[in-house]
Design a protein around this ligand. Structure first.
Ligand SMILES: *Cc1c(COP(=O)(O)O)cnc(C)c1O
Length: 373
């Protein structure tokens, strides 16, 4: 019987050290590896090319996403750049209207300088995606649920459209994690992660990943680019992220339960115009989310009736929710995205994003209640 998800999360890539019997995997800090003169190097040569601790993490990531191969990167952005840099001049990438601000920035500011065409489309609208792809497409980028509006895109539908037009589909799965959603099973070719978030899980380690459905020439090309650009993940970071994998399923279950309680509370609050949380039956993407996710995640955003000033005021008044960027740690975070994102922002001025942590849900609700007044 194949091990189930929580078992893989604890054991994949984390086998005891064969040399010492240490149950907790060692961290190999060596930058270089011995090889016989005149002979090509064996498994490892040089830390930037590949290193044993990074490889353990990659084994875990591939197992958890159900992929054939995973590549760890120094950050989520390094993984995004590596995937987008496979595009050549004249090719087109379709990116979602609502997505991580760095993805949008790379697509709008970097890719066009290399002659790559960028089409920005509402990926929750399959007809709009079909229309955009019918003009020619090499890569379709998806992010669901999306940052910061928590929009849900039909990943199986997007994969079908991409493949019908001979394109690859990449899905940023950072908000869901494979504990809740496995895009490769829905037809995606590559899953992207900022492991800085839920995989690390403690707001203390930066990292990114690409997980490939197939161990093919495309994956090999991206792996070679990682070596040449030096975007390798450092061993200590790989080790911390591997440790984070062990508790990912347990943390996600509590994250989701807390977020659901917080979302229900916010829905009934007079100061709030709109709660963006796919777990609410009134959310535009609820039905699709219920179909393609095991649970609805712990990210949500709210739009205040009082606009910009009211949004900033809430973020200023919370005591347990810390005003900081990022997400996925044990501590709850709050942030006014429009001011945090700067020039590339498309976040509504009245929007505040919440990363619901692992504190007691009643305390989180009481904190938001006093901040909302
Ligand atoms: C944080 C984030 C990224 C970027 O990852 P870094 O590790 O910060 O480079 C990409 N996508 C999403 C959805 C994110 O939240």
């Amino acid at each position: 019987m194949a091990p189930k998800f929580a078992t893989l999360a604890v054991h994949a890539g984390a086998e005891p050290d064969p040399e010492t019997g240490a149950v907790t995997p060692p961290i190999h800090l060596s930058t270089t590896f011995v090889h016989a003169p005149g002979n090509p190097p064996q498994a490892f040569t040089y830390q930037r090319a590949d290193n044993p601790t990074q490889r353990r993490l990659e084994t875990a990531l591939a197992a958890l996403e159900g992929g054939a191969r995973a590549l760890a990167f120094a950050s989520g952005m390094a993984a995004i750049a590596a995937a987008l840099d496979t595009l050549q001049a004249g090719q087109t990438v379709v990116v979602p209207q609502d997505c991580y601000v760095g993805t949008r920035g790379y697509a709008s500011d970097v890719l066009p300088t290399r002659g790559v065409n960028v089409a920005t489309v509402d990926t929750t609208d399959l007809e709009a995606v079909e229309h955009a792809c019918s003009q020619g497409v090499a890569l379709l980028w998806a992010e669901s649920p999306s940052n910061p509006r928590l929009q849900v895109s039909d990943l199986a539908g997007l994969a079908r459209i991409a493949h019908a037009h001979g394109a690859r589909m990449v899905c940023d799965n950072t908000f869901a994690t494979p504990a809740l959603q496995r895009p490769l099973e829905l037809g995606a070719d590559v899953v992207m992660h900022s492991t800085t978030k839920y995989f690390g899980g403690h707001s203390d380690v930066l990292g990114g990943a690409l997980v490939f459905a197939h161990d093919d020439d495309f994956a090999a090309q991206v792996a070679q680019r990682r070596v040449l650009t030096g975007a390798t993940l450092a061993p200590f970071s790989a080790w911390l992220t591997l440790r984070g994998c062990h508790s990912l399923p347990a943390r996600m279950a509590l994250h989701c339960a807390n977020a659901h309680k917080v979302a229900v509370f916010l829905t009934n609050h007079a100061a709030i115009e709109r709660v963006n949380y796919p777990g609410l039956p009134g959310h535009a993407g609820h039905t699709i989310a219920a179909r393609q996710m095991r649970d609805f995640g712990a990210m949500l955003s709210i739009e205040l009736r009082g606009g910009y000033a009211a949004a900033v005021a809430v973020a200023r008044k919370t005591k347990i929710f810390t005003n900081a960027t990022s997400l996925g740690g044990c501590e709850s975070l709050i942030e006014h995205r429009a001011s945090a994102e700067g020039e590339h922002t498309q976040a509504p001025p009245a929007l505040v994003r919440l990363s619901v942590g692992l504190e007691d849900a009643d305390d989180l609700i009481a904190d938001l209640a006093q901040a909302l007044g």
